[in-house]
Design a protein around this ligand. Structure first.
Ligand code: ADP
Ligand code: MG
Length: 395
C-alpha cells in the first residue's frame, strides 16, 4: 500500500478513535495480512513455507486505561461494533470476533505479562475470510499495541507464538504458525522462509521491481465448501503415511521413490508425493531467490516453473483445487503470467500470478472474462506488494 493510502487509513482511524473515546489515542499499530508464495499443506508435515506480508493491513489505535477493562471497536464488522470485557470474561471459547482481541490479552497474561486495560479502535483493509489471514493481522496488531503500551519485552518469534496461542486455545481454531509468523516477522520486499518444525526463519529477497515483475493476487471468491472435512482428511492421510513410513513427519522422507514403493494406497502415494515435492520446491525457491550471482529477473525465471509445478501438484496429487481456481491459474498463464498457483488451503480462495510489471490489471481482466464465459461469479484482484510485518506507525 502506498504511503498515501496508509496515511489516509490511519488518519480516519485516529479521528474515529478520538470521537468514540473522547481523547487522542496513545498510538496506532499495524499488522498485515499475508499470502503464501509457495509451500502449501507442508506446515503440519513439519515442512517449509514461504509467505510474504501484504500491504493490506489491520490498524489498531490504542490507549491504556487505569482499570482492568478492555473496550474494542471494529469498523470492519457490520456498521461498526463496540464490545467490552473485563478479566472475568477472559475465558477460552468466547464467542464473536472479540475473541481474537480478548485472546491476546488472555495469552499475554497466561505467559505472565502484566497487561492492563485498553481502549482499542480497529480498522482493516485485509479482506475477511478470504484466506489472506485477517485473523492473524488482527491478533498481531492488537498484540503489538499492548506490548508497546505496557512496555513488555517479547522477542518477535515469541510474539508470533503468543498470537497463535490466542487463535488455537482461546478462539479455538487449530492453525499452524505461518500466519502469525508472517504478520510479525516479514519485511518489505522480502518473503519469509519459515521452517515449521524448529521455527528457523530467514528473509528471502524478492526485488520484484528490479525484476520488472509484480505479483497479482486474484480472489476467485469461490464459496469454500467442505473445507474442514477435506483438510482433516488430508492431514490424516499425511499422518498415516508418516506412520507407515516410520518417520516422525513427511518432512523426514528423503527418498521419495523408496517411500512411494512402500505405500500401497494410490491416493496416499499422491498425497505424499505432493508434500515431499512441495517441500523441495520451497527449498529450491529459497536457494534461487537468495542467489546473488543471478539478476532478480533470472531468479524469478527459475521460480516461475516452481509455482506452476506447485499448482499442478495441488491439482493432481493433493486434489485441493476447484474448477474456478484451475481456470484462474490457466487463464493467467495464457494472458502472460510467468507462473501461477493457488495459494492457501484450497477448495477456493486466491491464486497468485507472477506477471510483467504493469500487466496485473489486464491479466486479471482476462481471468474475469474467462469466469464470465464459464458462468462463474466475478473475481476480485489486487497487487501483492511484499510489505513490513507488525509495527507501530509514526503519527
Ligand atoms: P481469514 O484469517 O482467512 O481472514 P478467519 O476465519 O481465520 O479468516 O478469520 C476471520 C475472522 O477474524 C472474522 O470472522 C472475525 O471474527 C475476525 N476478524 C478479522 N479481522 C477483523 C476485524 N478487522 N475486525 C473484527 N474482526 C475481525
Ligand atoms: Mg485466519
Amino acid at each position: 500500500m502506498d504511503q498515501h493510502v496508509d496515511q489516509h487509513q490511519q488518519q480516519l482511524l485516529r479521528d474515529r478513535s478520538t470521537q468514540l473515546f473522547g481523547r487522542l489515542p496513545a498510538g496506532v499499530w499495524a499488522a498485515p495480512g499475508r499470502v503464501n508464495l509457495i509451500g502449501e499443506h507442508t506446515d503440519y508435515n513439519d515442512g517449509f513455507v514461504m509467505p510474504f506480508a501484504l500491504a493490506e493491513q489491520t490498524l489498531v489505535a490504542a490507549s491504556p486505561t487505569a482499570d482492568e477493562h478492555w473496550t474494542v471497536h471494529s469498523s470492519t464488522i457490520g456498521d461498526g461494533e463496540t464490545v467490552s470485557f473485563g478479566p472475568d470474561e477472559l475465558v477460552p471459547g468466547m464467542a464473536g470476533w472479540q475473541a481474537y482481541v480478548a485472546g491476546i490479552v488472555w495469552a499475554l497474561r497466561e505467559a505472565g505479562h502484566a497487561v492492563g486495560g485498553a481502549e482499542l479502535m480497529i480498522s482493516s483493509t485485509v479482506p475477511v475470510g478470504a484466506g489472506l489471514s485477517s485473523s492473524a493481522a488482527l491478533e498481531c496488531a492488537v498484540l503489538t499495541a499492548l506490548i508497546d503500551l505496557y512496555g513488555l519485552e517479547i522477542e518477535p518469534l515469541d510474539r508470533a507464538i503468543l498470537a497463535r496461542r490466542c487463535e488455537n486455545e482461546f478462539v479455538g481454531a487449530p492453525t499452524g504458525l505461518m500466519d502469525q509468523a508472517a504478520s510479525t516477522l516479514c519485511t518489505g520486499d522480502h518473503a519469509l522462509f519459515f521452517d515449521c518444525r524448529d521455527y528457523a526463519h530467514e528473509q528471502v529477497p524478492l526485488e520484484l521491481a528490479a525484476a520488472g515483475l509484480e505479483l497479482l493476487v486474484l480472489d476467485t471468491r469461490t464459496p469454500h465448501a467442505h473445507v474442514d472435512g477435506e483438510y482433516a482428511a488430508r492431514r490424516r492421510s499425511c499422518e498415516e503415511a508418516a506412520g507407515i513410513l516410520g518417520v516422525p513427519a513427511l518432512r523426514d522422507v528423503d527418498d521419495l521413490d523408496a517411500a512411494l514403493q512402500k505405500l500401497t494406497d494410490d491416493t496416499m502415494r499422491r498425497r505424499v508425493r505432493h508434500v515431499v515435492t512441495e517441500n523441495e520446491r520451497v527449498l529450491l525457491a529459497r536457494t534461487v531467490l537468495s542467489d546473488g550471482s543471478r539478476t532478480p529477473a533470472e531468479r524469478f525465471a527459475a521460480v516461475a516453473p516452481l509455482l506452476d509445478a506447485s499448482h499442478a501438484s495441488m491439482r493432481d496429487d493433493f486434489e485441493i483445487t476447484v474448477p474456478t481456481v484451475d481456470l484462474a491459474v490457466e487463464t493467467a498463464r495464457r494472458a502472460g503470467a510467468l507462473g501461477a498457483r493457488m495459494t492457501g488451503g484450497g477448495f477456493g480462495g486466491c491464486i497468485i500470478a507472477l506477471v510483467p510489471a504493469g500487466t496485473a490489471d489486464s491479466v486479471a481482466a482476462a481471468v474475469a472474462t474467462a469466469f464470465a464465459d464459464a458462468g462463474f461469479g466475478a473475481p476480485a484482484h489486487f497487487l501483492g506488494v511484499p510489505s513490513d510485518g507488525a509495527r507501530r506507525l509514526a503519527a
